[in-house]
Ligand binder design. Sequence first.
Ligand SMILES: Nc1ncnc2c1ncn2[C@@H]1O[C@H](COP(=O)(O)OP(=O)(O)OP(=O)(O)O)[C@@H](O)[C@H]1O
Ligand SMILES: [Mg+2]
Length: 253
Amino acid sequence: MRILGVLNHKGGTGKTTTAVNLAAGFALRGSRVLLVDLDAQGSVAAALGVTYTYTVTDLLLGNAELTACISPARENLDIIASDRSLIEAEGALWRMNNHDASRLQLRKKMRGLKGYEYVILDYSPSISLMGQNGLLYSHELLVPVSMDYLALMGTRQVISTLKEIGRIQNHQLRLTAVIPTFYYGRLRKDREVLDTLKRYFKKEVTNPIRANVKIAEAPGHRMTIYEYAPNSNGAKDYKQLVERVADYGTKAE
Ligand SMILES: Nc1ncnc2c1ncn2[C@@H]1O[C@H](COP(=O)(O)OP(=O)(O)OP(=O)(O)O)[C@@H](O)[C@H]1O
Ligand SMILES: [Mg+2]
């Protein structure tokens, strides 16, 4: 089971879009996938049009068993939804006096999860205990970077987080992909940001996800990009990313 976290500390870099369309892409290839929303904005269930009873908050607060918190979304694709109640869970984590335990709750609650080839976590941009719980549960990080300076800064923060986690918590976390998003190949600025990323990260940088209006429209229709606009550049770019991340798994293991 590969556990992939989609993280950038900058807001609006395409984390949720990437988490949803990667998860849906793996599911279309026949893998069983669980997509977990760790953001109180609750965009995952909304984007896929999923109704749910229990959320990740109920899982963390012990209100419901793991299996009850899992909601079916598509063939091969299940989700653990999130909503504003996640703020309560964050509060409860803060009130735990044990520093380590408050960061290991998600890992503890997910123990015993079986039957999935991929678990994908969609993070909130803010640095939170929920986020730390996600990091200590993930094995690999995928970092979407939009083509601007602030997103590059957010990415650098992710890298220091990654190093810190390894050093302080002794938890191995691998950087699997840095994903350029909102890419306009015609803009010199975007080509420059992409070059900077490649100099810094080299082989981790994937092909860019182009700016594409169909990607932005799909969630409003409660659809993945493959359902909403299967022939769009957005669908092409995400399919390519799915293959790349799937391949990385076979090469690295
Ligand atoms: N390649 C793209 N082209 C056009 N629009 C996109 C693209 N990727 C994402 N979007 C749109 O940009 C907005 C922000 O994307 P998204 O919600 O995925 O970012 P995020 O990093 O999850 O944001 P947050 O930090 O708030 O969680 C959304 O409206 C989404 O539909
Ligand atoms: Mg998001």
